[in-house]
Design a protein. Sequence first.
Length: 160
Amino acid sequence: MRHLDFSPLYRSTVGFDRLFNLLDNVGQPEQAQSYPPYNIERTGDNTYRITMAVAGFDEDELSIEARAHVLTIKAEKSEQDKANEGEFLYRGIAKRAFERRFQLADYVEVQSASLKNGLLHIDLLRNLPETMKPRRIAIVSDAAEGAKTIEAQITPAQVN
């Protein structure tokens, strides 16, 4: 495994700490989480949707929290559901507790969440401030004023 040392870059940059932390975390193997399965799709220019298969969970058993560029989705079965479970001969539908985290880019915020047919849909919006959006700069032409001349006064000492 390759490990890069970003400490020299910390000394010569300002405000890129989060970027270097993300790069450090990319090299570290994460526990290969495959549950629950999910999709991330772009639904528009600045809109995204995370769809997660959460079969067997109700709305009150799921929690969604967005804090400091991290979206966390947790699920845990209630105690009464655990008590009401019978004896399974085969269990193919996993109802185990999970916690899934997603790193959000700057200016991405959660718009809404809905649960339908065992799929949790989380809609995201990238809301750029006006100062970050590209803007068109008008070019003003000086041709209407005519040619400009540069005038200077010559002192008697410069004539000789």
